[in-house]
Design a protein around this ligand. Structure first.
Ligand code: 3HC
Length: 330
């Protein structure tokens, strides 16, 4: 259903017989585990899907600041405020690394931003859910950053050099993000009955949207086959989702909280937890703009773009003046 709607560069992976000589040589490099660098020859489809994935990844980091930024002025202590400020600031830096990586593919940050604001590009579905209580800051750090780490650690080995190096830098900071979230959940789950109720409520609301972060099921993933062949993606969506569930269940048990899935149980034969799939119709509705906070998030990004116009114009004027002085001096 959705596959037909997506203009994908990844439909059907070419067989060796269908590849041109250049494509075959490129695939040999990928298969040998070589890193592809900006000046190297690459298939146009490889470049396009990297711009798509890295650009959306960068947008996710920037939009991801909004749900947490909502609680900076309302953090319960000065220490919690400082920790949350540091985390939100890190996310801005992650967006910067990723926009820089995308620019090496010949696209500008302004173009990527216009693609976001026009709806041509996405950001992670998870950021279209509201953060209603302080416990949500715990659930976001624990579950959302936990899922992001699960997805980003393998991306350190992605075939495109600048993306891989950006991921290595980002992953160094993500574990702090997850730990501070889990620490909030621990304090609240072991706190008063009302605090434990808030922590359980946050887990109830963020569990399934966190599973959706890994993308649609492998059967519905239009890009996975090609992205895996080009080692842009190292694992499938379902593989990482399963790893995330297996890792998170014991963490929830330690908190004394219940994951809101009656089907969740350890399957000895599989060596994994069986679990319920998210509501994929909700997922597709959210990524097509119909989530609880989509319009609020896009409004905030449009306002930031408009409010920043004078800064961009000033910097461009300064750069033009400097260039003109340089030419005049030659
Ligand atoms: N949210 C929004 N769109 C999603 C999505 C999600 N959770 N999962 C999939 N999609 C979109 C895809 O972008 C694609 O649409 P498009 O063709 O318009 O781009 C479509 O659904 C089909 O999905 P596919 O599985 O075929 O797409 P991918 O192969 O790109 O897989 C992905 C999706 C697993 C998210 C992959 O793009 C990826 O690994 N991206 C890099 C990591 C990333 O972007 N993480 C986002 C969170 S970053 C974050 O959380 C910050 C942290 O600090 C909190």
């Amino acid at each position: 259903m959705y596959a037909q709607m997506v203009q994908s560069t990844g439909k059907g992976v070419k067989t060796r017989a269908e590849m041109t000589e250049e494509e075959a040589r490129f695939q040999d490099r990928i298969d040998a585990g070589e890193k592809i660098e900006p000046r190297d020859w690459m298939p146009e489809g490889y470049r396009k899907t990297l711009i798509r994935q890295i650009g959306q990844h960068a947008h996710s980091e920037i939009v991801g600041q909004l749900p947490e930024g909502n609680w900076i002025t309302r953090a319960p202590t000065l220490e919690r405020k400082a920790i949350l400020l540091a985390k939100v600031q890190d996310e801005a830096g992650h967006g910067l690394y990723l926009y820089c990586a995308a620019e090496t593919l010949g696209v500008s940050r302004d173009e990527l931003t216009q693609d976001l604001l026009s709806g041509r590009m996405k950001y992670s579905s998870i950021f279209n859910y509201p953060t209603l209580t302080w416990a949500d800051m715990g659930a976001v750090g624990w579950l959302v950053d936990g899922a992001a780490i699960m997805n980003q650690v393998p991306l350190q080995r992605t075939s495109y050099g600048p993306y891989s190096r950006a991921m290595i830098r980002i992953c160094k900071e993500e574990s702090f993000h997850q730990r501070q979230g889990y620490d909030i959940m621990m304090k609240m789950a072991k706190g008063t009955p009302e605090q434990k109720r808030m922590a359980q409520d946050a887990l109830n609301r963020f569990w399934y949207p966190s599973l959706m972060m890994f993308g649609p099921s492998d059967a519905d993933s239009v890009h996975s086959a090609q992205s895996m062949a080009w080692k842009i993606k190292i694992n499938t969506n379902d593989e990482l989702r399963q790893k995330f569930v297996d890792q998170t269940v014991p963490q929830a048990e330690l908190l004394g909280l219940t994951i809101p899935d009656p089907e969740l149980k350890w399957n000895e034969a599989r060596g994994h937890h069986d679990f319920s799939q998210p509501d994929w119709s909700e997922f597709f509705a959210v990524i097509q703009g119909d989530g609880p906070c989509n319009s609020e998030r896009m409004e905030a990004r449009r306002k930031a773009w408009d409010d920043g116009a004078w800064v961009r114009e000033g910097l461009m004027a300064h750069a033009a003046k400097k260039a003109a002085r340089k030419v005049a001096a030659e």
